[in-house]
Design a binder for this molecule. Sequence first.
Ligand code: 13P
Ligand code: SF4
Length: 311
Amino acid sequence: MVEKSELVSRIKALKEERQAVILAHYYTRPEIQELADYIGDSLALAQIAARLKEPVIVLCGVNFMADTAKILCPDKTVLLPDTEAGCSLADSCPADEFKRFVEAHPDHMVISYVNTSAEVKALSDLLVTSGNARKIVDSLPKDQKIIFGPDRNLGNYINGVTGREMLLWDGACHVHEQFSAEKLVELKREHPKARVLAHPECKKPLLMLADTVGSTAALLKAATEAPAGSEFIVVTESGILHEMRRLCPDKTFIPAPPTDSTCACNDCAFMKLNTLEKLAACLENMAPEITVDPAIAERARKPIERMLALS
Ligand code: 13P
Ligand code: SF4
């Protein structure tokens, strides 16, 4: 087995050679986040990809993030260390079924969460991430009829905070759906001073127990801005804990547990497919490379660019 330090040196050398930039989501493994040129939430990764000069982007995240980067940067080579890195939320919204739903409501504007396939993006008028959904929906006329897909939990949350009645697609993320409200109540009892940070992909009972609801970047910001010595219960994928602990060594972060598991935290197996070995191999081989059908990419680019302009 190759030593970790050797792999890291190889990745750094290959990165230079290929003029590549490594982008990583907060849910990836700590060793990937430490090596990345940029780490961020879905919104930040799209914003960074859009402004990069280098010819090669290695997206350590999942398929929909790599697709977004490729759609925004059609002339660049976009690599994803493991193309099996899918997303249950994106999979909960097959494009043909979503198309029928959209066609059944021709007077509705279509807003999609970025966690969707390129085909679903191409069926949308506007994209959002968990970091800008509230602001973007708020910016639209109050009487605008809206379809929101695919995440019913984020959609419900945005309906609640904006007073809208968006028509929701019935999709969800299997990781965030697994958090248990009962276990969270228990954990709050054990840590009465802890503030609860929750991602809006969680179900409503969890969000009702939260002090801050937001994207991974927003939760990180809430943690960094809190006074020294603060305690937090974190209700999202466990990868974010690494950056929280790195930025706030004087604060305590407690992962919220999933239902039906003895495991203390909740991982996205897709995100964890990004390993140092695969990152090195993908820079070595310049593969797997992400491709998006140019006609679909052309249609999907408009709602993404519209989102970036409104963010
Ligand atoms: P954000 O990156 O918007 O916080 O969303 C989290 C997510 O589910 C990515 O998989
Ligand atoms: Fe998809 Fe959920 Fe994993 Fe994010 S955490 S990539 S929404 S399955």
